[in-house]
Structure formats: C-alpha cells, structure tokens
Design a protein around this ligand. Structure first.
Ligand code: C2E
Ligand code: CA
Ligand code: CA
Ligand code: CA
Length: 280
C-alpha cells in the first residue's frame, strides 16, 4: 500500500489519470466533509422471517459531494482508512446513529436495533471503548438498540485486544455481528470463544443461489447450521429475489436484508416506510 501511495504522487507529476485525480481530490475534500455536513446515513431494513417484522436496520454512509453528487462508501472508506480520517468519520457515524435511535425511541414504533459498520482500523483503536462510552453518555442511547458489525479479518488482527474489546462492548449492552461471513478466514475456535450475537452471510453466496445453485446453497446451509450450533442468529444480506428468500426461509435463516425488501434509504424515508408497513 505504501508503494502505491508513492506511485500516486509520481503519476500526479507526470499526468494523472482520472481515477487517481478523483482519489486525490477526494482525500482532500473528505477532511471538510463532516463540518460541511456532507455526510449522511442511509438505513436498510432487516426483516425477521419468523414474524415478518422490521426489528433492525443497518446504517450505511453516503457522501453528498458538492461536485460529484452521492459518493458510495466503497470509494471513500478505503481512502479514509489510509489517511486516518476513518476515526473522526466513524465517530460521526456512531454519534449520528445514537441520536437517530433516541429520536425514534419516543415514537409509537417498536424499538429498532441499528447496526453500524466499523472498519478494522477503527475497531483496533486503543481508546475505542472510552470513545464509545463517551458517545453513549452524551446521547443517553439505550445500548441494547445498538449493534456493531465487524468483518472476520478484524478477529485475526490482534486477538487479545479484540477479545477484550468484544467482552467490554457486550458488557455495555451492545450487540456484535460478523459481516461478510464466509469470505474471510474464521476458525471455529475463535467463533466459539468470542462473545458474538450474529453472523451475516455474505451477499455473494446469497446471489449465487441461482447461478451456482448446489454449491452456494450448501454453503448457506452450513453457515446457518454452524450459527445455530454456536447459538448465534443469522442474517442473509443482498437478498434480491423471492427464490432466494424462499430458500433462506426453508433453511430457518433468522433475518434477511436486501433490495427485495428495500435498498438503503434516507432516515425520513425509512421511518415513513415503517409507519406505512411498506417493507413487508
Ligand atoms: P457492507 O457492510 O457489506 O454493506 C452491504 C452493501 O451491500 C451496501 O453497500 C448495501 O447498499 C449493499 N446492498 C444491500 N442490499 C443489496 C442487494 O440486495 N443487492 C446488492 N447488489 N447490494 C446490496 P454500500 O452501502 O455501498 O456500502 C458498501 C460498504 O461500505 C459496506 O459493505 C461497508 O463495508 C462500507 N460501509 C458503509 N457504511 C459504512 C460506515 O458507516 N463505516 C464503515 N467503516 N464502513 C461503511
Ligand atoms: Ca455491513
Ligand atoms: Ca456485508
Ligand atoms: Ca462488504
């Protein structure tokens, strides 16, 4: 990654290509994105397959860039990780979600748990717990309504620190799920020793249900049975078709998330759809 960084500047001097130019501007503009209020959270519902209810949602960040319009996180989160901007951005995300949960708590809606994505760099900050506790204190959010999504790769980075952090988060009342499950390397040993709440089956398996039927179906079946045996709940992400939905329901998957129910939408639209029962 360091070598790539060097190349970037060489290219800059000799005539940058468009993508590199865009990344360069982006890194710079990202520093002002929070204070210029250009960041926004979209919410995608999770539907519980037992009772067809929306009991949770995932918060997904968007950047409303003044010249480019909406920039997706796959483009700017990796840059933010490189520059360290992910730390203030991550705090902004967590604080905003806590405030959102509090504002929804006084409505007649049933409580909805919101999941927040944490990147590896953010999760492995030494003072993570203090920072999270500060946001909980400030916003007075009910931590039971908060979930943190981390990927499998985080579990392997610094095992001791990770275990301690997960234990403390659970003590605080926050739930933990493993994102993109099945794409990384997780040993059964870690899975059974870590205080986790749920696994999210990666969307590549879900979308493969039609294309590469047998293989993807058996992977999904094994992930679900693994989760059940570890007492974890299972969420399938990227569900786009009723065929996928039916297969997941037949395997007793607990929750689904995907375009079939709704794409991620701005907070107002999300809450309107819930009030109108529009997701199910
Ligand atoms: P992810 O956490 O795996 O999120 C799922 C991605 O799949 C989201 O893309 C979502 O919009 C998309 N998706 C949901 N349902 C479907 C579907 O049915 N079909 C398809 N094809 N896609 C679907 P998005 O919002 O562009 O986010 C991309 C990634 O950026 C996320 O992947 C996550 O890793 C990262 N990200 C998003 N928000 C944050 C954040 O606040 N903090 C951090 N650190 N990372 C974030
Ligand atoms: Ca996620
Ligand atoms: Ca995911
Ligand atoms: Ca992902």
């Amino acid at each position: 990654a360091k070598e790539q960084g060097k190349n970037k500047y060489n290219v800059f001097h000799t005539g940058m290509n468009m993508q590199t130019y865009r990344s360069f501007i982006m890194q710079n503009d990202l520093r002002k994105a929070i204070e210029n209020e250009e960041l926004e959270l979209y919410y995608q519902p999770r539907i519980n397959l037992q009772n067809q209810q929306v009991l949770g949602a995932e918060a997904l960040i968007r950047w409303n860039h003044p010249n480019w319009g909406i920039v997706r996180p796959n483009e700017f989160i990796p840059l933010a990780e490189e520059t360290g901007q992910i730390i203030p951005i991550g705090e902004w995300v967590l604080r905003s979600v806590c405030e959102q949960i509090c504002s929804w708590e006084n409505t007649e809606l049933s409580p909805i748990r919101i999941a927040v994505n944490f990147s590896a760099k953010q999760f492995l900050q030494v003072d993570l717990i203090e920072r999270i506790q500060q946001i909980l204190d400030e916003t007075q959010v009910n931590p039971q309504l908060l979930e943190i999504e981390i990927t499998e790769s985080v579990l392997l980075k610094n095992e001791e620190l990770t275990l301690k952090t997960l234990q403390l988060l659970r003590k605080m009342g926050i739930s933990i799920s493993i994102d993109d499950f099945g794409t990384g390397y997780s040993s059964l040993h870690y899975l059974s020793h870590l205080p986790l709440n749920s696994l999210k089956i990666d969307q590549s398996f879900v979308q493969g249900i039609t294309e590469n039927e047998r293989k993807n179906k058996s992977i999904i079946t094994s992930i679900i049975s693994l989760a059940k045996s570890l007492n974890l709940s299972v969420i399938a992400e990227g569900v786009e078709t009723t065929e996928q939905l039916h297969f997941l329901a037949s395997q007793n998957c607990d929750e689904i998330q995907g375009y079939l129910c709704s794409p991620p939408v701005p907070a107002l639209q999300f809450i309107e759809a819930i009030q109108n029962n529009a997701f199910v």
